[in-house]
Design a protein around this ligand. Structure first.
Ligand SMILES: [Zn+2]
Length: 230
């Protein structure tokens, strides 16, 4: 029911936007309550890799029985309010805020058990595919003691994303390769220092490899496309 309402809402928004140009619009939602990726989701002119099948979910919910820090506000259905599926990082890079489908949030960014948790933890059951949040160049695709099977993507403009604890690294995902939006990276897992199957996702800015600063993936503004393209 909720998804139907959202879809109708999106159609109304779209119709409104089309009659008053130019105006920012929300992304149209398909029947599954998912967001169609922008067709022109590019961040660096040099990346020409094929775009993948990923369609971000329109909503993000907290997982049952989870202790969430910095979860932002949520409603009585545990749906995160003001969640933006497609975000704009530092006014430069467009990406998906949660790069997997049908996942709920198990932990937020920030203070957790005396330490700073530098990413967003999400999980799906069964464990789902993790996708590239935006086009870029793969800087790391390796196994580390803490992150387990981990991938770091350079999106240009000093913006990076990290995907950790993957069960596997998809074949073809290799350091130095170009990657499009929504390309499969591997199934979420519990490799490295992890207490259960999930994805640890980081958004970072700065310089690779030693000057990167992590940010809350949910803290960025929505990417608003001009209606001219619809
Ligand atoms: Zn984490």
């Amino acid at each position: 029911m909720l998804r139907t309402v959202l879809a109708v809402f999106a159609v109304v928004l779209l119709a409104t936007a089309c009659s008053t140009t130019p105006a920012p619009v929300s992304y149209p939602l398909n029947d599954g309550g998912r967001v169609s990726a922008p067709s022109a989701i590019t961040t660096t002119a040099s990346v020409s890799a094929e775009q993948g099948p990923f369609q971000p979910d329109a909503d993000l919910y907290l997982c049952p029985n989870s202790t969430i820090t910095n979860a932002f506000e949520y409603d009585r259905d545990f749906r995160v309010l003001n969640f933006n599926p497609i975000v704009l990082i530092d006014g430069k890079v467009v990406m998906a805020a949660v790069p997997t489908n049908n996942a709920c949030m198990t932990s937020g960014f920030g203070h957790r058990m005396g330490r700073t948790h530098k990413g967003l933890d999400v999980r799906s059951r069964p464990a789902g595919m993790v996708y590239s949040a935006a086009p870029g160049i793969i800087r790391e695709a390796r196994r580390s003691p803490s992150f387990g099977n981990t991938i770091l993507i350079d999106h240009g403009q000093g913006v990076f994303t990290r995907y950790a604890h993957l069960d596997n690294i998809q074949s073809g995902i290799e350091e130095g390769r170009e990657i499009g939006f929504g390309q499969p990276l591997g199934i979420m897992g519990t490799t490295g220092r992890s207490t259960g199957v999930h994805l640890h996702f980081e958004v970072l800015t700065g310089s690779f490899p030693s000057g990167l600063t992590a940010h809350n993936p949910l803290s960025f503004p929505p990417y608003m496309a001009l209606s001219a393209g619809f």
